[in-house]
Ligand binder design. Structure first.
Ligand code: PLP
Length: 449
């Protein structure tokens, strides 16, 4: 370890305040460069990127097409505001997003991160009911699911339901109508896996019958609740939610921040159940994992409610300085071209299958309670007791211990409490996928003997 990297490590530990990190326990890991799925630290040690640099990298690091798109855009202009003006790259990117997202999502509002895309969707939904031709100003609440995660700003925390993250701020948050998380692993007593979908939809319908007069929108992470610990919804739940929200006159916000851009095997998770939401939030993979960028897509029905003379005050008074940044848009456009030209989704099929095989084997371990997979997104849940599904006490940080061993083994992974996350870039090779899964398996064998 050189003196310089030692100095950097000290500064990293003492002056950089890291996200979701207990700084008193933080062990600096400084990645200096990366290529494909391999990260290289300041001392030249290599790590496979097992969680896509926190769920956002898509085609690997330093993809030549993405790098070139950035350089080309840099020669034109690095930033143009979206407040009352625009630039060609951002417009082209908006057009591509409208083309590839579910039918009816024909308008794009750009922000810089997933949380902001959620805030925008929440505000749009709220304001829509005030301003549409037949106003319903009483519709001011939201339906959200237990254990939901939609980001870390106050609005997105309000609709969030992960107690460990959100409890501290409870008195600052707005009220939400909370529906049970459609969890298939931990079912409410007396319920069966076979009827889980119908039962959870019935719960939701009961809530909507009681509250829909006050509800502006329902927000959902389609198919898989990521930060909750990769909680997988029963098949048919998403389309059932779409039907119920329509029937009860509630807007549907699809938070595809984690599941969008190929992660589930389709471009967007909503496609699996032919669902077209009223609002859709995109971030993470939107720029291939290169630059901060997010988008909130809306239907023309919603867009129209905001049109009028300035004096009518129907404007959406919301905006982020770097929203729609042309560098991020350029790399986002290039990422979509790579999806087409390299037939990324097609090539994903054998990788999803291989991940499934690894998970089936790892799932046999006596302390693995459940494995959950949706495309190239998976969680391995460690439990104290397989029969009772009793969790390990969270303070023991079993998931973290497993990941630390994997990191020592050259595979960078980060858990969600007792759930080990497997979420490599879509460009991962079968051989890399094997190494990632074997390192995790070895870690589990050691941490949960
Ligand atoms: C990561 C995430 C967000 C928040 O995105 P940020 O860019 O971190 O603000 C919102 N929703 C889901 C489902 C996410 O996984």
């Amino acid at each position: 370890m050189s003196a310089e990297s030692e100095q950097l490590r000290r500064w990293d530990r003492e002056l950089v305040w890291h996200a979701f990190t207990q700084m008193s326990e933080y062990e600096p890991l400084l990645i200096e460069r990366a290529e494909g799925c391999t990260l290289v630290d300041v001392d030249g040690r290599e790590y496979l990127d097992g969680v896509s640099s926190l769920w956002c990298n898509v085609h690997g690091h330093r993809h030549p097409r993405l790098d070139a798109a950035l350089v080309e855009q840099m020669r034109q202009v690095a930033h143009v505001t979206s407040l009352g003006m625009s630039n060609p790259t951002t417009v082209r990117f908006a057009k591509r997003l409208v083309d590839i997202t579910p039918a009816g999502l024909d308008h794009v509002f750009f922000s810089s991160d997933g949380s902001s895309a959620i805030e925008v969707a929440l505000k749009m939904a709220y304001q829509y009911w005030h301003q549409r031709d037949d106003p319903r100003p009483d519709k001011t609440k939201y339906v959200a699911f237990g254990n939901a995660y939609h980001g870390d700003t106050m609005g997105s925390v309000s609709v969030g339901g992960v107690m460990r993250f959100h409890e501290m701020f409870a008195s600052l948050l707005f009220d939400v109508v909370r529906a049970p998380s459609p969890d298939q692993y931990r079912l409410p007593p007396g319920r069966s896996e076979e009827s889980a979908c119908a039962d959870y939809l019935q719960d939701l319908e009961t809530l909507l019958q009681q509250h829909s007069g006050q509800v502006a929108a329902l927000i959902i992470e389609p198919l898989m609740q990521g930060a909750a610990g990769m909680v997988k919804h029963p098949a048919g739940f998403l389309s059932g939610v779409r039907e119920l929200t329509r029937r009860h006159d509630v807007l549907m916000i699809a938070d595809e921040v984690a599941v969008g851009f190929g992660r589930t095997g389709r471009m967007f998770a909503c496609e699996h159940e032919r669902v077209a939401p009223d609002l859709m939030c995109l971030a993470k993979g939107i720029s291939g994992g290169y630059l901060p960028m997010s988008a909130t897509l809306a239907t023309t029905e919603i867009w129209n409610a905001f049109l009028g003379t300035y004096a009518e005050s129907k404007t959406l008074f919301h905006g982020h300085t770097y929203g729609g940044n042309p560098l991020a848009a350029a790399v986002g456009l290039a990422s979509l071209e790579v999806f087409d030209d390299e037939r990324v989704l097609e090539k994903l099929v054998p990788k999803i299958e291989r991940l499934g095989q690894h998970l089936a084997r790892i799932g046999q371990h006596p302390h693995v309670g459940d494995v959950r997979q949706c495309g190239l997104m998976a969680g391995i849940e460690l439990v104290q007791d397989r029969e009772t599904k009793e969790a390990y006490p969270w303070e023991e940080q079993r998931g973290k211990q497993v990941c630390e061993l994997a990191i020592r083994d050259g595979v960078w992974v980060r858990p969600l409490a007792n759930v080990v996350v497997v979420m490599p870039p879509l460009s991962v090779t079968l051989e890399e996928l094997d190494r990632i899964c074997l390192a995790i398996e070895a870690g589990i064998a050691q941490v949960c003997p």
